[in-house]
Design a binder for this molecule. Structure first.
Ligand SMILES: Cc1cc2nc3c(=O)[nH]c(=O)nc-3n(C[C@H](O)[C@H](O)[C@H](O)COP(=O)(O)OP(=O)(O)OC[C@H]3O[C@@H](n4cnc5c(N)ncnc54)[C@H](O)[C@@H]3O)c2cc1C
Length: 546
């Protein structure tokens, strides 16, 4: 197939900044509706064979993630501290974005997520809000993700799930050892484990193969295209429409604005670091919960001096990262967890925030495994890190699994992305500064999850359990909430159709749109929002309302 290209001088209908979980879907939907679309992606486009099974490079060095040497960030816990240079916001900088290297746990939200503020009331120190949409409004788009992108799972298996109007298109993945043990422990405690919904093919689906059980999902891109990353699913479909160009190695550093207050296109550096401008009738930023606010703040104009779309001063605020807590467990027999998708069983018994616990928070648990290198670096306290006992520990790798709790983070306006006053990246663009401190309830909830994980693993018959330590967040991979949606332009950045309150032809859609944190697996929701946003943007375009 010959790929469509547009000259920068041509005014295309839409620029989509970012080709990740949300960007790929938005671009496909706009292109299929007949609009000309350029996806600007700062990272390279890699073919399946170019991704490697190299745990050191992909999980510990910046194999496909944002590189601290060239894209530095700074971090501090609160405004009283001087931010130090450290990359705390991690995402994949390639065509496909973080959908390329994620674990692919695909959880829908429940009805409660959209109305928690009304149900629970205010929480001190936090800005808990209701969403401007309901579960019922998003439900058809969850289905759309499941069927168009591909999700395996067993609808109806969780007694706590909100309604599904369609089953999943593929059966769940085969349950592996960790899943069997997790189920045994959970059932012994009267809990309700069920097979995890995953954006990984369990059968051949839409021309792509089933998972080959290589065991390297989280942090890696799928070389057989069984993981449903944008780069293998929606992006090729957008290109096949003949209306969409994916412009890789194109780093957008500013949104162009005219005197009438309308976006005119984007300023970007091409692969040779030469400054370019692409004209467009409208811009949709899908650059994730850290880069979207950075781009808006770096795009300040005389008319909008504190950053684009920032009349509310909410751009970058309410960063949420999903706090977790769990336990590693060792079993008598080998589990051989290095094979298979990372997660096959989970439970949602502790999903809802229960006021009786005395703190806010809820989440889910998964049975999971990690790569040997990552595991080998988390040596339990008391185990020597040298000599024969360390060797014994390393050789016990195949006997271990992880019971991982994934939970909420409360929105706090002081937790934010803004622009570092001093640091610039390799392109001379001002770097992001991250300010983040856990809410006390997030810490209490994380400890609650650790305690539950220990109980589950104990009931499963583990011979050794290592509870995870609950410490302050040092960064995250779920980058959420920094340009929240809402009906009130003084307290939110975008409306419920993802249009910025301040700029008529500027839309934002990605992890930054979420008003609350989800229960630890946000991407199904980010993608459902992307289908929904694109439908409304197409509607506005058809009515000449952009
Ligand atoms: C190791 C790992 C495991 C994970 N596992 C799970 C999981 O199991 N389940 C789950 O729900 N979530 C998981 N996540 C999180 C998930 O990947 C993200 O929530 C999701 O992909 C975010 O989607 P997005 O569209 O907001 O951003 P992204 O997918 O990050 O896409 C943003 C894209 O924009 C590009 N971009 C940014 N700035 C610019 C710019 N200025 N110019 C041009 N391009 C730009 C980026 O390079 C990137 O490609 C995981 C994340 C990681 C890192």
């Amino acid at each position: 197939m010959e790929r469509k290209t547009f000259p920068t001088s041509e005014t295309v209908d839409f620029i989509v900044v970012g080709s990740g979980s949300a960007g790929g879907i938005v671009a496909r939907e706009l292109a299929l509706a007949g609009h000309s679309v350029v996806i600007m992606e700062q990272g390279p486009r890699l073919d399946a064979w170019e991704f490697e099974h190299d745990e050191l490079k992909y999980r510990h060095l910046s194999g496909i993630t944002n590189n601290p040497a060239t894209n530095p960030q700074t971090f501090r816990r609160d405004e009283s501290e001087v931010a130090v240079r450290r990359n705390s916001m991690t995402y994949a900088r390639v065509v496909g974005g973080s959908s390329s290297h994620f674990n692919a746990n695909f959880w829908r939200l429940h009805e409660i997520d959209f109305i928690e503020r009304s149900v629970l009331g205010p929480i001190e120190g936090a800005d808990l809000v209701d969403w401007p949409i309901t579960y019922a409004e998003l439900e058809p788009y969850y289905c759309k993700v499941e069927w168009e992108v591909g999700v395996s799972g067993l609808a109806g298996a969780s007694p706590f799930a909100s309604f599904h109007s369609r089953p999943y298109p593929m059966p769940h993945l085969p349950i592996k050892s960790s899943g069997v043990l997790f189920e045994r422990g959970a059932r012994a405690l009267g809990l309700h484990p069920f097979p995890s919904p995953m954006a990984i093919n369990s059968t051949v689906y839409r021309g792509r193969p089933a998972c080959v059980q290589c065991g390297l999902c989280g942090g890696f891109a799928c070389e057989v295209k069984a993981k449903n990353s944008s780069v293998w699913t929606v992006i090729p479909e957008a290109e096949e429409s003949g209306n969409c160009e994916v412009r890789s190695n194109s780093y957008v550093f500013q949104i162009g604005m005219n005197d009438a207050g309308r976006a005119t296109g984007v300023h970007y550096f091409d692969g040779d670091r030469v400054e370019q401008f692409q004209h467009a009738r409208a811009v949709v930023v899908c650059a994730n919960g850290s880069e979207t606010p950075k781009l808006l703040l770096n795009s300040a104009t005389n008319a909008q001096p504190t950053g684009l779309a920032n009349s509310s001063d909410m751009v970058g605020r309410n960063l949420m990262l999903n706090k977790g807590g769990g336990a590693q467990a060792r079993f008598e027999e080998p589990l051989n967890e290095y094979k298979g998708a990372n997660v096959t069983m989970m439970l949602h018994d502790f999903y809802n925030s229960d006021p009786a616990r005395g703190f806010y928070g809820g989440g889910g648990f998964t049975a999971r495994s990690g790569g040997p290198l990552t595991w080998g670096q988390n040596v339990p306290e008391g185990t020597p890190t040298w000599g024969p006992e360390f060797k014994d520990y390393l050789e016990s790798y195949t006997h271990w699994m992880n019971c991982a709790g994934h939970g909420t983070s409360l929105a706090q306006p002081t937790n934010r992305i803004d622009i570092d006053p001093d640091l610039k990246d390799d392109w001379g663009v001002s770097a992001m500064r991250v300010t983040y401190k856990d809410h006390p309830d997030d810490m209490k909830h994380a400890q609650f999850m650790v305690d539950r994980a220990v109980e589950i693993m104990d009931a499963a018959g583990a011979v050794q359990i290592v509870p995870s330590e609950v410490g302050p967040a040092n960064g995250g991979v779920h980058l959420l909430g920094t340009c929240r949606m809402g009906d009130d332009p003084t307290t939110s950045v975008i409306d419920k159709y993802h249009r910025t309150h301040d700029v008529t032809n500027l839309f934002l859609c990605d992890g930054s749109s979420l008003p609350t944190s989800t229960r630890g697996q946000p991407t199904h929701t980010i993608e459902a929002l992307a289908f929904r946003a694109a439908e409304h943007i197409n509607r506005f375009a058809a009515a000449n309302e952009i």
